[in-house]
Design a protein around this ligand. Structure first.
Ligand code: NAD
Length: 497
């Protein structure tokens, strides 16, 4: 890599080679696409899932082998560029993703049928602005009698990234910014149900990188992703690191793949409200957080545990702030609609897949309950052992359950979180209780007195990410998580005092 401030006017032999390679790629693909396989007329026009086949080019490849090979070349080309050039690439990505944030949000909502486009717009803008980039990769120096030791953040190489259907574009955006900032290239195997918006996203990223003078195919994707292609990526020799974002199945698969894996798994985030909390503030914050993108975000509040003495007042405040509070009969009807199978008290129920991420009024309609308007959230008081407390429902139906005191609340929150170590929070003005829960619950993100999306950087401080790696411990991933640490030791010299 050239030193920052190195010769800008003369091209090195290596850079001339890179330009020649790119020109050759373009010339061999008349439509501007580097087509690594023949996608000619003999190819079926429909993908296995019935949607039109994805055109190849602009980072989109037919096979895992082709994508990994192209990303490998791009990684080596990026490695030849200066840090200043890498900064220009990241700036171009952020600018393009902000420009297309709304378009990608609408596309993702339309294709997946999950969540709300206006919330996906917020998520895309958030990661475009606040994913940690090159600025986070500050080298570390130690000096002493024996000289100077320097530790720097280095890239891994080609990263294989598996992405979910719940935040398809925001995950692609944040992973790309963090991974490329650290000097890596990436191959995405996206969720098949979010294939088209994800491919559109990859093409825009490819274009933004090229506009900034970056290599072709720094960001690549498999055109027709499947579980099998995800598994092939996990064991591919050309992949140095995996980043997996999804449920328990894919996390388990990645952790047994034999490769280093950064795994962002499921959660069931509890929020405890104690007797000292500002209940008006708590009600507003919980409704805003739990209804965010119709509750499909892994960090969204999934169950409320409230101290008995204030639970009625909390529910009244939630109703006043627009939540639809279900009565007992309505709750039974909603349960029958949203669960395809209940497995008993304190057990996770099986949720009805086609209601995941739907608006509250659609869930009410399915349960046969008439409602005019568009409530953001359905709320129901339930016993502690109700399946809603124990299930990652991913729909705007929020259980509220009572406990005798705050310590029992913290205990129940710990149990309901299932040891995922993902996200949790509390509304309280008792600093001892806040500290006790933060320590006990031991999650990657703990939010005090605010909606849980504040923990993602939306209305809260700190960088953002939609790859929150709890099982493997990186927490909210950023450029540091996708870097290898390398040490260089100079013996006996370069200490200046
Ligand atoms: P999912 O697990 O169904 O799919 C995620 C990805 O993994 C998809 O690309 C899918 O094709 C792939 N996949 C699934 N099973 C696989 C297997 N056995 N082998 C290889 N690949 C496999 O999840 P989803 O429905 O897309 O997303 C929702 C889940 O993901 C929720 O549980 C949510 O909490 C979790 N999630 C976690 C985070 C986080 O940052 N921790 C972020 C988003 C979603």
């Amino acid at each position: 890599m050239n030193p920052p401030g190195g010769s800008a006017s003369l091209l090195s032999d290596r850079q001339v080679d890179i330009i020649a390679t790119r020109l050759a790629e373009r010339l061999s693909a008349p439509d501007g696409a580097k087509s690594p396989v023949s996608a000619g007329n003999s190819e079926p026009r429909l993908a296995p899932h019935g949607a039109p086949r994805e055109a190849l080019g602009e980072g989109v490849f037919a096979t895992v082998d082709d994508a990994v090979e192209a990303a490998g070349i791009a990684f080596r080309q990026l490695d030849e560029l200066s840090l200043e050039q890498r900064k220009l690439i990241i700036a171009s990505i952020r600018e393009s993703m902000l420009e297309h944030a709304e378009q990608l949000a609408c596309h993702a909502q339309r294709e997946t049928g999950l969540g709300r486009a206006e919330h996906k717009f917020i998520k895309n803008k958030l990661v475009a602005r606040k994913t940690s980039g090159i600025e986070a990769l500050t080298p570390h120096a130690v000096t002493g009698d024996n000289g100077l030791t320097l530790t720097e953040y280095a890239p891994y190489g080609v990263i294989g990234s598996i992405t979910p259907t719940t935040n398809p574009t925001s995950t692609i955006i944040c992973n790309t910014i963090a991974m490329v900032s650290a000097g890596n290239s990436v191959v995405f195997n996206v969720h098949p149900n979010a294939r088209q918006c994800s491919m559109a996203n990859v093409r825009l990223l490819h274009q933004a990188i090229m506009r900034a003078g970056g290599p072709a195919n720094l960001v690549t994707a498999i055109a027709e992703p499947t579980i099998e292609s995800a598994q092939a990526l996990m064991t591919h020799d050309g992949i140095r690191l995996l980043a997996v974002t999804g449920g328990s199945g894919v996390v388990r698969q990645a952790m047994t793949s034999g490769k280093r894996a950064i795994c962002a798994g499921p959660g069931n985030p509890p929020v405890v409200v104690d007797a000292t909390a500002n209940l008006d503030h708590a009600a507003r914050g919980i409704i805003a957080g739990a209804s965010f993108d119709n509750n499909i975000v892994c960090t969204d509040e999934k169950e409320v545990i409230a101290v008995e003495t204030i639970i009625d007042e909390l529910l009244r405040n939630m109703s006043r702030h627009g939540a639809y509070v279900l009565n007992e009969g309505e709750l039974h009807r909603v349960e029958r609609a949203i669960f395809s199978e209940q497995r008993g008290p304190r057990r996770r129920a099986v949720v009805e897949k086609d209601l995941i991420g739907k608006n509250a009024n659609e869930i009410l309609a399915r349960a046969g309950i008439s409602c005019s308007g568009d409530p953001p959230l359905l709320v129901a008081r339930v016993p502690n052992d109700h399946p809603l407390v124990w299930t990652e429902q991913m729909m705007p139906v929020l259980p509220v359950t009572a406990v005798p005191d705050v310590d029992r609340g913290i205990e129940l929150a710990k149990e309901a979180e299932h040891g995922f170590g993902h996200s949790a929070g509390m509304y309280s003005r008792d600093i001892d209780a806040l500290s006790r829960m933060a320590r006990t619950i031991n999650t990657s993100i703990f939010t005090k007195n605010g909606p849980f999306y504040a923990g993602l950087g939306e209305g809260g401080e700190g960088h953002s990410s939609f790859t929150i790696a709890s099982p493997t411990g990186e927490g909210l991933t950023g450029s540091v998580a996708f870097s290898r640490l390398r040490r260089c030791v100079l013996v006996d010299h370069f200490r200046i005092v």
